[in-house]
Each structure stands twice: as structure tokens, then as C-alpha cells.
Design a protein around this ligand. Structure first.
Ligand code: PFF
Length: 535
């Protein structure tokens, strides 16, 4: 049975660019990026960040757009199907499992954070976030709200408001995705994305006009805040820190939504003559504008003027977003509740346009792999992601389940998937063919140097980053002593005192993977009839 989205196409070029930009612009832009840039000394971080953008971000983005459109013409929209038709070996489709499980698993915890944003928006507007003058009070509030003190807390014991927000957000995502590509994703992003930019500009204007809010602390002014975020520091020394390169490359992946299997699916709903070169670049540029131009100018400078550097250092993404910033907004002299509300609504919009994009690869796979209609696909994916989210929400102590899924899927597996995509484009489709494919209907000529970058530089750079990442973050390598001290992510699994929740989380990932592999084996029987493998 032909399903609905299988034959759908984006209705306009502007629409698909906004949808891809919607996927890319998310919590990563407004919370993760500023936190990382400030932590690593912005100047040096930006050098590594832009090198990564040009060597892996934009090349993989073009590769995903091109491969997606190519496979879409052959009737495939999910990574397993797309890889089946591209690799033309029985094994191809199984490799594509990553492009389904990465977004699906990330959705399971991302939607929880999305619910916090909606919750904070509501609390600001209703004046319930006036907790006093220090970060600790907000920290306690956050810990109670998300259940970080004890497992199972938010599912009972009266501390369950976050569940209400989670249900609302979950339902919204599925209602939108059920409407399909044009009436759902495209329609929503067409309004949500401009609204998000307007809200961000309002917040930015407010932050940049804060001046010196406390005359007793003249150093804590907005110029110093911008300086804290943007002054280059000792670039050479910082650039010799490999962790900085890993953080910058990881941020590029996470932020552009490349390496997830998401853009490849979105691009498969283009028509054969639609441009991919300029559109891909436009969507990436929109993301960079929101990340560097808006995200980087709002969060850290705002926190600096009220709390100084000490209030920011070591807070991490969640600390910055849900403990420091709420306090910062409540200190804004006029209409604090309004600006706090605006900021968290903007975060919510950024998050929902991203989480929508995490659902479509799964829907596309269920439709084309099992021949299901949209209703059944949405129902099955809804059930699966609801189980996953409940898992994350139940094991909320120290957000262990969330953190473990984010590490192994949201960081580790996306490196793997990104490498696979660039290798398929450069070596299996071949750069010559890939180049012609990328330029069909193109509104711009991609500079020739990228041909070489895609074939050689991106895979080598990626591999180098990946090996370093594993050495440092998995095996805990200390280059100064040459010693290996496995990190908590490994010790939690196989150390002398393993963490049951971390183990369960990894088991859960493997179960989801197994589930989809079985479905893919079945799907292969259908696909072999349409596009038989050659080996
Ligand atoms: N790019 C999004 C952000 O910056 O928040 C995150 C994201 C989107 C992750 C889509 C995964 C994904 F499939």
C-alpha cells in the first residue's frame, strides 16, 4: 500500500530550507554553543569551530542533501532504504539502521528537555519562577522539576508537573508530524522559524541594552559580557588542546543536524530538479546566524552582567539554561517575567522544530519498509518513543539515562554515521558522479576545492577526530603521562562498580537497534523487488 508521505514533495524551496534550518536551529544553538565557546575561550574555539564547519559540516550537509534527493527519486526516504539503493549490497540497508535509531533515540530525551522549556515559559508567565537571588534556589527548583534527585520522582509523589508538559509537547509533535511533510512540518516551520528569530532579536535587544545593571559592580557591564564571550585569549595555547577540537567538531555535527540521518530524509522529498547546493548552504548559514549571531550574543553576556564570570563557569549546558538563565531573567529590571517567558518560548520553538525532524526518518522507514500507512507508522513510532521517554523520565536521578543515551547515541554514533555518509558520497557514489548529482538544478557552483575536501580531507579529519574522541572520552587517555583511565561512561558499564541505569540505557539502545534491524531484514524483501542489490 502506498503511504502518504512516500509520494509527498516539499511545496516550496523556502519551505524546505526553513524545515532543515528548523531541524538545525535548536537547543544546541542557544544553550550548548554559548556554554562550550565560553568554556574553551571563544577565540580559539571559533577557529576550530569554523575549520570544522568547512571541513566536515558543510561537506556532509551537501552530501546528505544530494544523496537524499537522489534516493528520493527512486522512492526511498529513510536511511535503510536510501543506503539500500546507494550501496546496492545486502548489507547496505543494515548500515542505514543508524539513520533511524539516532534520531529516534535522541527524540526520546530531547523531547523531555523541550518539555522543560515549555514548563519554564509557563512558570515565567504565571510568576512562579521568583525564587530569590541565587543560583542554588533555581538549581533546587530545576532538580525537583526534572526529578534529578531520585529515580521515579516525577512519575509520582506529587512532583509531576513536568509530566503534564511532556504530554503536551509529545502530543504536539505527533499531531504535527501526522499532518505530513507539507501540511505538518513545512507549515509549522514556516511560522515557527520567523517567530523564533523575532523573539531572539527582541531578547538580544534587551540584553544588549542592559548596560551596567548594578552600579556597585561596574565591571559587570554588557561590553565586558560580550568580551567574556568573544575575547580571543591565548589562541595558540588553546588550540593545542585536543579536547577543544573535539568539542568544536561535535558541536558542528550536533548543531547542523548532520550525521543523524535527518537531512538525508528531508532532502528525499525534493524533486529531481530542485536545487540542493544553494539550499543546503542557505540552511546551514541560517543555523550559523542563529548560533553565532543570536545564541552567542544572548546567553553568556546576559549571565555575565548579573552574575559575573563566577556564575557561568562550570555550569554546563543544563546549568546555564535552567539554573543560571532563569535567575538572570528574573533580575531584568522591567518586565522580567515577559523577557523570561519570551526566551523560554523561543527555546521551545527551536526545540520543537528540531524534534519534529527526529521523527520523520522513523515514520519514513515504517512506511516504506513495512508498507504501513501514516496512521499506523505514527502510532508505532509514538508508542516506541513514549516507552523510551518514560525510561528517561523514570531514571531521572542525576539524569543518568538521558546522559548515557546522549553520550553513546547523540555523540558517539553521530561521528560514525557522519563518516559513513561522507564515504558513501565520496567513494561509493563517487565524487565525479556525486558532483554532477549535486549540481543538477543547482543555483550555485560549489567551489571545486570541496571535491577534494569531500573525498580526502573530510574522511581523514573525521577519522582523526573520532580516534581522539574515543581515546579521550572513552578510554580516558592522558597524553602527558600516557596513561589510560577509562571514563565514567566505560566504568559505568564494565567497571568494578557498574551503574545499573547506565547499563540498562545501553541495553535499551541495543534493543531499539535490534528491533529496527529485524524490521529492516523484512523490509529488504520488499525492496529487493523494487531495486535488487547487485552483490
Ligand atoms: N540541531 C539540533 C540542535 O542544535 O539543537 C539538535 C538535533 C536536531 C539533533 C535534529 C538531532 C536531530 F536529528
Amino acid at each position: 500500500m502506498a503511504s502518504d508521505t512516500a509520494t509527498e514533495k516539499w511545496s516550496s524551496r523556502f519551505g524546505v530550507i526553513l524545515a532543515v534550518a528548523g531541524s538545525a536551529v535548536g537547543l544546541g544553538n542557544f544553550l550548548r554553543f554559548p556554554g562550550l565557546a565560553a568554556q574553551y575561550g571563544s577565540g580559539a574555539f571559533m577557529v576550530a569551530y569554523f575549520i570544522s564547519l568547512f571541513l566536515i559540516g558543510i561537506p556532509i550537509c551537501w552530501a546528505e542533501w544530494t544523496l537524499g534527493r537522489y534516493a528520493g527519486q527512486k522512492g526511498f526516504h529513510s536511511s535503510p532504504g536510501i543506503f539500500h539503493v546507494l550501496i546496492r549490497r545486502q548489507a547496505g540497508k543494515y548500515i542505514g539502521v543508524l539513520g533511524v535509531i539516532i534520531p529516534v533515540v535522541i527524540y526520546m530525551y530531547y523531547v523531555y528537555i523541550e518539555a522543560w522549556c515549555l514548563g519554564y515559559f509557563y512558570y515565567f508567565l504565571t510568576g512562579q519562577l521568583d525564587l530569590g537571588q541565587d543560583v542554588a534556589a533555581y538549581g533546587d527548583f530545576w532538580a525537583r522539576f526534572v526529578g534529578a534527585n531520585e529515580n521515579g520522582l516525577v512519575l509520582g509523589h506529587g512532583q509531576n508537573q513536568v509530566i503534564v508538559f511532556l504530554i503536551i509537547v509529545f502530543a504536539l509533535n505527533f499531531i504535527i508530524i501526522y499532518q505530513g511533510i507539507v501540511r505538518g512540518i513545512e507549515f509549522f516551520c514556516k511560522y515557527a522559524m520567523p517567530a523564533l528569530v523575532v523573539l531572539a532579536l527582541i531578547t538580544l535587544a534587551r540584553v544588549l541594552t542592559l548596560g551596567t545593571p548594578d552600579p556597585l559592580k561596574p565591571d559587570q557591564n554588557i561590553l565586558n559580557g560580550l568580551g567574556y564571550m568573544w575575547n580571543p585569549g591565548d589562541i595558540a595555547a588553546s588550540l593545542s588542546n585536543p579536547q577543544l577540537w573535539l568539542a568544536a567538531a561535535g558541536q558542528i555535527f550536533f548543531s547542523l543536524s548532520v550525521g543523524f540521518g535527518v537531512i538525508i530524509t528531508y532532502a528525499s522529498y525534493l524533486t529531481n530538479e530542485d536545487d540542493v547546493a544553494l539550499s543546503g548552504l542557505a540552511a546551514s548559514s541560517a543555523n550559523e546566524f542563529c548560533e553565532v549571531g543570536l545564541g552567542g550574543m544572548i546567553t553568556v553576556p546576559a549571565a555575565f552582567v548579573f552574575l559575573g564570570a563566577a556564575g557561568i563557569v562550570g555550569q554546563g549546558t543544563f546549568g546555564l539554561g535552567f539554573k543560571v538563565l532563569p535567575l538572570v531573567f528574573s533580575k531584568i529590571p522591567v518586565l522580567p517575567w515577559l523577557f523570561g517567558g519570551i526566551f523560554f518560548f523561543l527555546l521551545f520553538l527551536a526545540a520543537i522544530t528540531s524534534s519534529l525532524s527526529m521523527l520523520q526518518p522513523g515514520i519514513a522507514f515504517l512506511e516504506e519498509g513495512l508498507g504501513l500507512g501514516r496512521k499506523q507508522s505514527v502510532a508505532i513510532l509514538g508508542l516506541l518513543t513514549a516507552i523510551g521517554s518514560l525510561f528517561v523520565v523514570y531514571f531521572s536521578k542525576d539524569l543518568k539515562a538521558l546522559d548515557t543515551l546522549d553520550f553513546w547515541v547523540g555523540t558517539f554514533l553521530i561521528f560514525v554515521m557522519g563518516t559513513i555518509i561522507i564515504v558513501i558520497f565520496g567513494w561509493i557514489l563517487g565524487t565525479e558522479r556525486g558532483w554532477i548529482e549535486a549540481h543538477r538544478g543547482a543555483e550555485m557552483k560549489i567551489p571545486g576545492v570541496f571535491k577534494w575536501i569531500i573525498q580526502y580531507v573530510s574522511p581523514i579529519y573525521l577519522l582523526g577526530i573520532f580516534v581522539l574522541w574515543v581515546l579521550f572520552n572513552v578510554f580516558g587517555w592522558d597524553p602527558s603521562t600516557g596513561e589510560f583511565k577509562p571514563t565514567s561512561y566505560i566504568l559505568d558499564l564494565v567497571g568494578p562498580m557498574p551503574d545499573p541505569v547506565a547499563r540498562l540505557s545501553v541495553l535499551f539502545i541495543l534493543l531499539v537497534m535490534g528491533f529496527f534491524l529485524i524490521l529492516i531484514a523484512n523490509a529488504g524483501k520488499r525492496w529487493n523487488k523494487i531495486a535488487p542489490p547487485s552483490g
